[in-house]
Design a binder for this molecule. Structure first.
Ligand code: COA
Length: 402
């Protein structure tokens, strides 16, 4: 593991280079690699481009959790288990009915995931048990999202169909209709592309929780909270809200100029790690373009205008480049599929749960030589002391306003 230095205070001023853990390596991982300069993403050694073209989400779940591509029989078993485990017990569904129906769906999901511990398939703590739990969580999070949406829409939840692929069954449980193959395939690829992304904020949270030896349901619930923020997974819903506000291509330029000159951020643009295009945004863009039939590509075109204007105006204002990230193009894709805007981030979570769980396993069961410790970074105290050593505690009656 790379050892990184503590912040330098030698010139008397705090060094902010590593603020937000920027540039700090906190763990070794064999799960995925983000190659910043080349704009490449690799899962367990396989390029995301290849996986998007030739694999599917369920195979990627196996790859992330088990470390290699499955044999035919292993793939069949995982497909079967995911299908079976999408069934959520009537008892848990009854509890879901009791949740307020106006929660943000990510808040619902964060609150509901720990309920799944009640049906824990193997409540021991072996590596295989954590893998089983990971499959269970991956399967059931889709059902929870669909059920919550139907309940808040005044509809009854729909039972899972174990025969269908995970993406297709989610769309069916959401809308009540079996989706056409092309749409199901698009969601499948989108899930595959979101399944892991090295040490992003929510994965870091999942690993930090796991480092305390808390169970996987806790780690995943905490990660869902981290993902919900608009600088992370929440960006995809915010992108769609922006597109809906802009509406027409001739309004893009003015909108972006106004926001950027006020120092506001354009959601879906920029990335902490990539110094070029996020490869996932390119794949998604291609997928939307290839959509057959007479589908309306209005939102794709509007997104492309947002990208173009942001890049041009950002360069003028800051003298540097900015590129789209995965959320810029997933927004219009999900919208075209009919997924409600506030479910975009839960859909992201339904995919990333596979990566979170793979990281929980890595964190918990790393080889002896790489054994991680409890995450416990330092903070520099920049608060005040009243006296040379510490403040004097005055009884309340003797305190004076300064
Ligand atoms: N719109 C406008 N300006 C942006 C920007 C965006 N989307 N992303 C970064 N910038 C600007 C910042 O304002 C900052 O400018 P400054 O140096 O003049 O202060 C500079 O670029 C660096 O930004 P910072 O937020 O420190 O970079 P980061 O590496 O931490 O940023 C993100 C990573 C993802 C937080 C950032 O790009 C962002 O907020 N993007 C929008 C949210 C989003 O799409 N998130 C999903 C990420 S996958």
């Amino acid at each position: 593991m790379e050892v990184t230095s503590t912040p330098d205070m030698s010139n008397g001023r705090p060094d902010t280079t590593n603020v937000g853990l920027r540039g700090i390596t906190v763990a070794d991982t064999k799960i995925s690699d983000v190659q910043a300069e080349e704009g490449r993403l690799v899962y367990r050694g396989y390029d995301i481009q290849t996986l998007a073209a030739r694999s599917d989400f369920e195979e990627v779940v196996f790859l992330l959790l088990y470390g290699d591509l499955p044999l035919d029989s292993e793939y069949g078993r995982l497909h079967h288990r995911l299908g079976e485990r999408r069934q959520v017990s009537p008892h848990i569904l009854e509890l879901v009915r009791q949740y307020p129906q106006d929660l943000r769906p990510m808040d619902f999901l964060q609150a509901a995931v720990p309920l799944l511990k009640m049906g824990d398939p193997r409540p021991d703590d072996s590596k295989e048990a954590v893998r089983e739990r990971a499959v269970d969580l991956t399967a059931k999070m889709a059902t929870l999202v669909a059920a919550y949406h139907r309940l808040r829409s005044g509809l009854e939840p729909i039972e899972a169909d174990p025969e269908l692929d995970h993406a297709a069954d989610f769309l069916r449980m959401l809308s009540g209709e079996t989706p056409d193959k092309e749409v199901a395939h698009l969601l499948d690829v989108a899930l595959l592309l979101h399944a892991d992304h090295s040490m992003n904020a929510s994965t870091f949270v999942a690993r930090a929780v796991t480092s305390t030896r808390a169970h996987t349901y806790s780690a995943v619930a905490a990660a869902i909270g981290a993902l919900s923020g608009e600088l992370h997974g929440g960006a995809n819903s915010r992108v769609m809200e922006m597109l809906l506000e802009i509406q027409e291509p001739d309004r893009v330029e003015g909108y972006i100029e106004e926001r950027l000159s006020r120092g506001e951020k354009i959601m879906g643009m920029g990335h902490r790690v990539y110094a070029t295009y996020d490869p996932r945004s390119l794949i998604l863009q291609d997928l939307i373009r290839q959509l057959g039939g007479d589908r309306d590509l209005h939102w794709l075109k509007l997104t492309q205008e947002v990208e173009k204007s942001t890049r041009r105006i950002f360069r003028q204002l800051k003298g540097k480049d900015i590129y789209p990230n995965v959320d810029l193009y997933s927004a219009s894709l999900y919208y075209m599929m009919g997924i409600p805007v506030d479910l975009f981030t839960p859909v992201f979570a339904m995919s990333r749960v596979a990566g979170w769980c793979a990281h929980c396993i890595e964190e918990r069961f790393a080889e002896a030589a790489e054994k991680p410790a409890l995450y416990r970074p330092l903070a520099r105290y920049v608060g005040h002391y009243c006296g040379p050593e510490e403040c004097t505690y005055e009884p309340m009656a003797e305190r004076h306003q300064p």
